[in-house]
Design a protein around this ligand. Structure first.
Ligand code: PGA
Length: 255
């Protein structure tokens, strides 16, 4: 059985005191039965947030990393450094990284490989732009992004991956994909993994939807059989909003 997962992508938000307070407040509002919860703060917050998360049984994620272990790479953060802070997950290939910082599918693949080498679970983000969607290229784009990212990996590693389907046009726009569309792409992702590895591996991969998820629409996404949770940006920034989103997700997931 796939364990439902809700990940908070804080992007470039919050100072340390706010971040720690968020985790404490949020944890106090969570129902006893919860999905796996991953908080992904900026690098500067990882140590403090991680320590607080561990007290409440929440998991820690980074938003990005470089693939090299150490060296002359000014401004980069290595998997070894993340592991040192007991980071459990790392978001790889978020569309903001791809679009604003020019990350390619090949670089994404290198990062995924490095994450596994250091026993950090990748949350691979894939998704089409509005232009690609209008040109009916969604499935082609997703296929290319997923298969390049997973090429050459050990099937046992792949079964642990989390893949977030995040249509670029839905991120931060208030315009979420329909549950049917998200479910269709998720099913396609499972087929890609199945063809590249095996049906068993594909069955174990957790697939999230991301893009304007909020506490009002989370229930619908959790009901979709192909989806195992959500990657949440804007609606993860305020403790009570995020806690109520997580509680709603749990109600549906553990029905
Ligand atoms: P959003 O962001 O929930 O604000 O749309 C999601 C994401 O970028 O991961």
């Amino acid at each position: 059985m796939r364990i439902p997962l809700i990940a908070a992508n804080w992007k470039m938000h919050k100072k340390q005191s706010e971040a720690v307070q968020f985790v404490e407040q949020c944890a106090g509002l969570l129902a006893a039965l919860k999905p796996e919860i991953v908080i992904c703060p900026a690098f500067t917050l990882l140590a403090a947030v991680g320590e607080t998360c561990r007290r409440y049984g929440l998991r820690l994620g980074a938003q990005n990393m470089f693939w090299e272990t150490a060296g002359a790479f000014t401004g980069e953060v290595s998997p070894l450094m993340l592991k040192d802070l007991q980071v459990d997950y790392v978001i790889i290939g978020h569309s903001e990284r791809r679009r604003l910082f020019g990350e390619t599918d090949r670089q994404v693949a290198q990062k995924i490989k490095a994450a596994y080498q250091h026993k950090i679970t990748p949350i691979l983000c894939v998704g089409e732009t509005l232009e690609q969607r209008q040109a009916r290229q969604t499935m082609a784009v997703i296929t290319e992004q997923v298969s390049t990212a997973l090429k050459g990996l050990d099937p046992a590693d792949v079964s642990k991956i989390v893949i977030a389907y995040e249509p670029v046009w839905a991120i931060g726009s208030g315009l979420a994909a329909t549950v049917v569309d998200a479910g269709t792409v998720a099913a396609r992702i499972r087929t890609i993994v199945s063809e590249q590895f095996s049906m068993q591996t594909a069955r174990e991969v957790r697939i999230l939807y991301g893009g304007s998820v909020n506490r009002d629409n989370i229930a619908e996404f959790m009901q979709a059989a192909e989806l195992d949770g959500a990657l949440v940006g804007g609606a993860s920034l305020e403790a009570s909003t995020f806690a109520s989103l997580v509680n709603t997700a749990a109600e549906v997931a553990f029905l």
